[in-house]
Design a protein around this ligand. Structure first.
Ligand code: ATP
Ligand code: MG
Length: 234
């Protein structure tokens, strides 16, 4: 099958008494853009953290480009799947912006000029080139968000999994982000409360409710289904 990313019957619990993911199956074909929506606490972030092995399911599998995620494939899958965290502070850890964006490529042992090129391209893409020499910890929330996205772009993953990428962005940065994501060829899975972003970018939307897939269909159709949206706490 032409699946780029497949979650197969995923179960997960942070604590033994309450299961957060309760049998999620969800596949994305190559270059597909899918929005993941659902009420607070539904399990969206938890699901995304499974995409590159930051969490390990108690049952079920994650399959990336036909390869099951195991300790053995973890490193190669992390190069294929870029994850943008819900909180940019979880993503950024180097003191200076350009060091942070260049960290991944440098770690892949790319030559210095290529690292510099990727840093510039990635920062330019998120309209943050002017921030390159700034201290990461002194950025505003929206600036951090854009730099966090750049750190992932710089890795040139084929699949991008993004958790609330438009949260905290001003209207112009948000529009530019939507335009940018619309030009990417990546397979994209985007957890979001920004239904307008879902509508603009993703032909398909999946609703997660209490750790299960409650709906999976065309975005327009799903967002117009007021009764379904209300039933799912949206
Ligand atoms: N590290 C953790 N330890 C224990 N429970 C957690 C942890 N992280 C999340 N949870 C719980 O797991 C459930 C799902 O959380 P998750 O963050 O996946 O939800 P979400 O759909 O991303 O919500 P939001 O829209 O608020 O971002 C919630 O009940 C949450 O309280
Ligand atoms: Mg979340």
């Amino acid at each position: 099958m032409n699946q780029a990313l497949l979650f197969e019957n995923l179960h997960f619990a942070y604590t033994p008494d309450s299961e957060v993911l309760r049998g999620i199956t969800l596949g994305l074909t190559r270059s597909e853009r899918v929005a993941l929506i659902g009420a607070n606490g539904a399990g969206k972030s938890t699901l995304l953290l499974h995409a590159n092995g930051l969490l390990t399911p108690s049952r079920g599998r994650v399959i990336v480009e036909g390869q099951a995620l195991t300790p053995h494939t973890l490193a190669s899958i992390r190069r294929q799947v870029g994850l943008v965290f819900q909180n940019p502070d979880d993503q950024l850890f180097m003191p200076i912006v350009e060091e942070d964006v260049g960290f991944g490529p440098a770690n892949m042992r790319l030559p210095h000029e290529q690292v510099a090129e990727r840093v510039e391209q990635a920062l330019r893409a998120v309209n943050a080139l002017d921030l390159r020499h700034r201290s990461t910890h002194q950025l505003s929330g929206g600036e951090k968000r854009r730099v966090a996205i750049a750190t992932v772009l710089a890795m040139e993953p084929s699949i991008m999994v993004m958790d609330e990428p438009s949260a905290g962005l001003d209207p112009r940065s948000r529009r530019e982000l939507i335009t940018l994501l619309g030009t990417l060829n990546h397979t994209l899975l985007i957890a979001t409360h920004d239904l307008d972003l879902a509508r603009r970018l993703c032909h398909r939307t999946v609703i997660i409710q209490a750790g299960r897939v409650a709906a999976d269909s065309a975005t327009v159709q799903l967002l117009n289904n007021k009764r379904l949206m209300r039933r799912c706490g949206l």
